[in-house]
Design a protein around this ligand. Structure first.
Ligand code: ADP
Length: 385
């Protein structure tokens, strides 16, 4: 190991480095005790191989080495120059000063806004090199970690909790209001009591449905990485879903037309989840596309672009359709084109999020096509077993 070494090989290396120092503007004078030297070549090699942005400073705060990641974060970094010129984050400059003064590692979190919002963590570690008096650092190593994905997940979770609470609070407020009315002004009004109890039952049902969807979603997420391995035939599953929704279809004045192959369409799947998936798609078509009077369900096996065969279940309605700007967001939790209409239909805003998660777990995909005024087609694609 030639670095920090007094052996003859080490001395040769030191001589070579000294020459390099004399000829290159890139390499600053090394702030080291007599007879010892830094191996810049090795230092640069190590730093460039590290996955996170790393900057190494000498005891006076000048840049000894940095890697490409650090260069992207702070484009003005130059070897031999004070790091404080290139580092735009005042907290970071202050932490370097504190690390130098105390000889102890510092940790800070900071955010940058250009070119996009990013959150980072920096660890500033003063390292005492051999031969130096204790407490006085030889180099300072700054390592930056990207915290942006963690922050995004935290934000999503906070949004989700806020949305779920809001969705539950609305029917709960209605229930409390009606209970107070029934205990007070409407105490002896039989007609009002019957009407209010009807609304209360609907609100309680809405809360139950929301909790049911939330639990299903978290169960599916927990098993997201466990691929289902039971062979199941989609043909009887889709038939069962269509039969089960006949009452809703009749209520809405819609006819369900099913076209399916005579042979089985086998996939590796979880039967209950697949039933839930197709129920959500067909129910949405019946609820939001009722004005089209017809819902078509088409099952087929098709050669996918990658050559593998896949099962396709397309659910098409002939209702008002969905404007293009909504299509990419439909599978987000609680996203609804029209919140009022979704609530009136008993929707929770979680149906298509469930569909997407179930398909992901089955290595399938969801396609949504719609021309406003000409209905919508939701197509589930699943690899054939
Ligand atoms: P919801 O519980 O509100 O039905 P979903 O996640 O199932 O939640 O659907 C999200 C939104 O997508 C619905 O609120 C509705 O605005 C829209 N949508 C879903 N399916 C259709 C469809 N077949 N036609 C028109 N809009 C639809």
């Amino acid at each position: 190991m030639p670095a920090f070494d007094d052996s003859s090989a080490g001395r040769r290396l030191i001589g070579w480095l000294e020459r390099l120092r004399g000829t290159s503007h890139d390499v600053p004078p090394a702030p080291l005790a007599a007879g010892r030297s830094l191996d810049y070549v090795l230092l640069e090699a190590v730093v460039s191989g590290l996955p996170d942005p790393v900057v190494v400073l000498d005891g006076d705060g000048r840049v000894l080495a940095f890697n490409a990641g650090a260069g992207t974060l702070a484009p003005a970094l130059r070897r031999g120059e004070p790091a404080s010129i290139a580092l735009r984050t005042p907290e970071l400059v202050e932490a370097i000063r504190a690390a130098n003064a105390s000889g102890r590692a510092q940790r800070i979190e900071f955010s940058t806004r250009v070119p996009s919002v990013r959150w980072s963590e920096a660890i500033i570690a003063p390292i005492t090199l051999g031969g130096r008096e204790p407490g006085r650092p030889g180099v300072v190593v700054i390592t930056v970690h990207d915290l942006t994905p963690i922050h995004r997940v935290e934000e999503m979770r906070a949004d989700f909790v806020a949305n779920a609470s809001h969705e539950l609070r609305t029917p709960l407020a209605a229930l409390s209001g009606f209970i107070e009315t029934l205990q007070g002004p409407a105490r002896d009004d039989t007609a009002a009591r019957e009407r209010f109890l009807g609304i209360m039952r609907e609100q309680a049902w809405r809360m139950a449905r929301l909790i049911d969807d939330l639990l299903s979603l978290s169960r599916i997420e927990l098993r997201a990485h466990m691929r289902p391995d039971a062979p199941v035939d989609l043909v009887p599953i889709v038939r069962q879903v269509a039969d089960g929704l006949q009452t809703l279809a009749r209520d809405r004045g819609v006819a369900i037309e099913v076209a399916m192959p005579t042979e089985p369409l086998m996939v590796l799947g979880d039967r209950d989840e697949l039933i839930r998936l197709f129920e959500n798609l067909v129910e949405n078509a019946l609820k939001y596309g009722a004005s089209g009077k017809r819902v078509d369900i088409l099952l087929s096996s098709v050669q996918a672009a990658d050559g593998r065969r896949e099962a396709r279940v397309a659910v098409r309605d002939h209702g008002p359709g969905i404007a293009a700007e909504h299509l990419p967001r439909l599978t987000e939790r609680f996203y609804r084109v029209d919140v009022g209409e979704s609530r009136a239909q008993g929707g929770t805003g979680l149906g298509l999020a469930l569909v997407k998660h179930i398909l992901n777990r089955h290595q399938g995909r969801l396609g949504i096509e719609s021309k406003p005024g000409d209905g919508a087609t939701f197509t589930a694609r699943l690899p054939l077993a």
